[in-house]
Design a protein around this ligand. Structure first.
Ligand code: SF4
Length: 387
């Protein structure tokens, strides 16, 4: 039985934070394509997976089959328990702009082990939501060098101090658009590979975001300040009800705290980011999000003793498309997520697609709340954008 989000009230705010690390994802099936095994990085993944004693298959013809079940639910279950190790197709080398998050998106994998009932991937992945990780990642990374110094139209926060948009600042690369990079890191080592790569660059920077908390393997990497580690968080009631398979809110905050702490204090010394998403206008949303902001302020209050905290914030309001809603209702038929389009307004993108977003007056109210409350608590941590 599900609890309606509309029934959530302030009295449900927990007095004690729930500390629950995400369970490490152990797929029931791991399939390597023959091409992937020819890549040295594919071999390294093979060794990791073998050491974990997971069953491995080799697809000699480079095709992953057996992912379809009798219905969408079963297909979902099969796919979410499968890791495919493949080579990224040639199209993956043509990077796409990803405003407002970064300049370019570079995917190290597609598909995610978590079960968020509003998942952004619904309707945008082709085929079953299997996790496909790329064995030719070092080649993809090397290719990003050709994008350094290039800036797609992304006229939001990524400006120079003088207001211009290109030429002077490092080019940013986002790797988390189609997966949770930390959720699969124990199986692939791909995020560490990316961090090490960008640690050697001066004109390219890495951005990633996660809902997981197993950060220990990242703390001692030579990132040289060229990676911004971000955590995706939400009001605790939303995390608990809608974000299956992820770490609890408190564990995520403790994870990002470790990433930010200076190395001499046992942390990773990374620049960090807080992504509050998807922000939902649930009843008493001010109370729920005030509790969240207060907790962030408590957990990250070490700037006095440890120098300046390099942190910024991104705010993303909930939206859905007709296509993503259809897929999500097949994946999560009992969801309590509000996807009633009569509560929203329709917004068209430049390609003619439709998405449903909150009404302008509601959006304005939430935006004003978040900017004011964030700035009050974190005057030195800029808000990059609201969307
Ligand atoms: Fe989808 Fe992101 Fe949740 Fe993964 S963590 S299930 S990609 S919303």
């Amino acid at each position: 039985m599900t609890t309606e989000l509309s029934q959530i009230s302030p009295v449900e705010l927990p007095s004690q934070p729930l500390i629950k690390s995400a369970r490490l994802w152990m797929p029931k099936r791991v399939v390597f394509t023959a091409d992937a095994l020819n890549e040295p990085f594919g071999q390294a993944i093979y060794e990791r997976i073998s050491a974990l004693n997971l069953p491995i298959e080799i697809a000699k013809n480079n095709r992953i089959t057996g992912l379809r079940g009798a219905d969408e639910r079963e297909t979902y279950r099969i796919a979410k328990n499968t890791l495919a190790v493949v080579n990224a197709p040639p199209g993956a080398f043509r990077l796409q702009p990803i405003p407002p998050s970064a300049d370019w998106q570079m995917n190290l994998a597609e598909g995610c082990p978590a079960h968020c009932q509003y998942c952004y991937l619904a309707g945008s992945l082709s085929g079953p939501p299997v996790v496909r990780t790329y064995a030719n990642l070092p080649k993809l990374l090397d290719h990003t060098k050709t994008y350094e110094g290039t800036y797609p139209p992304n006229r939001t926060w990524q400006k120079q101090a003088d207001g211009s948009t290109g030429g002077l600042r490092p080019t940013t690369f986002e790797v988390s658009c189609y997966t949770d990079v930390l959720g699969i890191e124990h199986l692939t080592g791909s995020l560490a590979e990316c961090i090490r790569h960008f640690g050697t660059r001066t004109t390219g920077q890495l951005r990633f975001v996660t809902k997981y908390d197993q950060v220990d393997s990242l703390l001692n990497l030579p990132h040289n300040g060229q990676t911004r580690a971000r955590v995706s968080i939400n009001a605790d009631s939303i995390v608990r009800r809608l974000e299956g398979g992820t770490a609890s809110l408190e564990s995520r905050l403790q994870g990002i705290r470790k990433m930010a702490l200076p190395k001499e204090m046992g942390g990773g010394g990374y620049p960090i980011g807080l992504v509050i998403a998807p922000i939902m206008a649930i009843p008493d949303w001010r109370d729920h999000y005030t509790a969240l902001l207060d907790r962030i302020a408590e957990v990250l209050d070490f700037s006095q003793s440890a120098g300046t905290l390099d942190m910024n914030a991104e705010f993303i309001s909930h939206r859905f498309t007709p296509g993503s809603r259809d897929v999500l209702l097949q994946w999560y038929p009992n969801t309590s997520l509000d996807m009633d389009e009569t509560n929203r307004v329709e917004k068209r993108n430049k390609f003619g697609g439709t998405k449903y977003v909150y009404r302008p007056e509601e959006m304005k109210e939430m935006k004003a709340f978040f900017y004011a409350e964030w700035t009050k608590r974190f005057p030195n941590a800029p808000v990059l954008y609201w969307t």
